[in-house]
Design a protein around this ligand. Structure first.
Ligand code: BEZ
Length: 399
């Protein structure tokens, strides 16, 4: 199911789920005053948090990293957020809104969590926006970059701790326009995030004088053989490529780019998801030379990041990723907000979210902007060989 039709489907079930919330007696989520006055909220009893991440499908590794990052923060804080013991209910987002929307609705209506954190896929986030807005429950989006979530469809109840698709890709446009003298081919997964990544990149790339050789979208979650698309790239005569892929699709794309003979001849750029974490480990040396924009790299040389990398490595037995950092930071944000909130109602929590201030993150310090999206630094990264492995070396900060 395409992102748009899945989105319409999920909109149609929002009303039903919000009604179920009324029947379930979740007065606080409907703006009644009971939530902010519960004994639990005042006395610092347990707090129930929903974690919605893909545990199946093409983005499952991203969900696992996010869960591990959130878990690391909890482990470092005696299992508490805001000084309160956490009852963490994890649910599977799956591959998109068809699975992610009902899973989130269950967390709210049946499990009666105080807030939901997570969501990797933009189409899921778009499908969830109205439900959380109407339920008056806080949703902390810890990855999905859908621009409208913090743009035209911004909600008081939806906050993002990750990035917006338009921002992370726009950061790269001027750098590519400067480096690539010829035209650039744009290719991405065919769903909301892919379209927005290309649009964001194209805007700043063309504004900086860049020329586009062609644009193509590949079926999301279904494309294993990229050869026909790689042929089109070669035939276009492009000097470079901008790509958005993540998870398993990023592994296949970059490996096949090399096998097809494009690596080393046609420079490959993308948003950092193209070469992140387990994806880079699977690509190995096929990824060397790929340049990306992202708000994190394991190679950031700061005391906060060095400690985070060591702690995460010890706990998860692998290097962290941007998804792990986003999970970790989401727990940090909830920690601060729950400590200050005057109860468990959505309204009390979102008021506290607006006052969390600067987060001292492994990615560098960031804070929420007025749109509920992070104000943060984006970095230009380049994959370089490091012994037998490859790393995303930090080249410089992007404007
Ligand atoms: C998204 O759907 O917004 C997304 C998924 C994976 C990586 C980056 C963005």
């Amino acid at each position: 199911m395409g992102a748009v039709s899945a989105f319409s489907l999920s909109r149609s079930v929002v009303g039903l789920a919000v009604s179920a919330l009324v029947l379930a007696g979740c007065g606080s989520s409907l703006g009644e005053s009971t939530g902010s006055e519960t004994a639990e909220g005042r006395s610092g009893g347990k707090v129930k948090i929903g974690l919605l991440v893909p545990l199946s499908g093409v983005y499952a590794p991203l969900g696992e990293d996010m869960k591990a990052g959130f878990g690391l923060y909890l482990d470092q804080h005696d299992g508490k957020l805001g000084g309160r013991e956490v009852d963490l209910v994890t649910a599977d987002e799956g591959e998109g809104p068809q699975t992610g929307v009902p899973a989130a609705q269950k967390l709210v209506t049946q499990d009666q969590v105080t807030a939901v954190a997570g969501v990797v896929n933009s189409a899921t986030a778009l499908g969830l926006r109205d439900f959380f807005h109407e339920s008056k429950k806080p949703l902390l989006v810890a990855n999905a970059g859908a621009d409208d979530i913090t743009g035209s469809r911004k909600s008081e109840y939806v906050w993002r701790t990750s990035f917006s698709n338009g921002d992370v890709s726009a950061a790269l446009g001027p750098a590519v326009a400067e480096e690539a003298k010829g035209s650039v081919y744009l290719i991405a997964a065919d769903y909301a995030a892919g379209k927005e990544m290309v649009t964001g990149f194209r805007k700043t790339f063309e504004a900086a004088g860049g020329k586009v050789a062609g644009e193509k979208y590949t079926p999301f979650g279904k494309t294993q053989d990229f050869q026909p698309y790689l042929s089109a790239i070669r035939e276009s005569g492009a000097e470079a490529v901008f790509a958005f892929y993540a998870g398993a699709e990023a592994v296949s794309f970059v490996k096949q780019y090399k096998q097809f003979g494009l690596a080393g001849k046609t420079a490959l750029y993308g948003t950092g998801f193209l070469t992140e974490g387990g994806v880079l480990a699977a690509q190995g040396t096929a990824a060397v030379g790929v340049k990306t924009s992202l708000h994190y790299s394991t190679e950031l040389d700061t005391p906060v990041n060095k400690k985070f990398v060591a702690d995460y490595q010890a706990a998860a037995r692998k290097a962290p990723t941007v998804y792990a950092v986003q999970g970790y930071d989401t727990a940090a944000v909830l920690d601060k907000a729950l400590a200050e909130a005057s109860g468990d109602s959505g309204d009390a929590l979102v008021k506290a979210l607006g006052a969390v201030g600067s987060i001292d993150s492994p990615r560098g310090a960031w804070k929420f902007g007025a749109d509920h999206n992070p104000e943060q630094t984006y970095y230009l990264r380049e994959v370089r060989a490091d012994g037998d492995t490859a790393v995303n070396a930090v080249v410089r900060e992007l404007d």
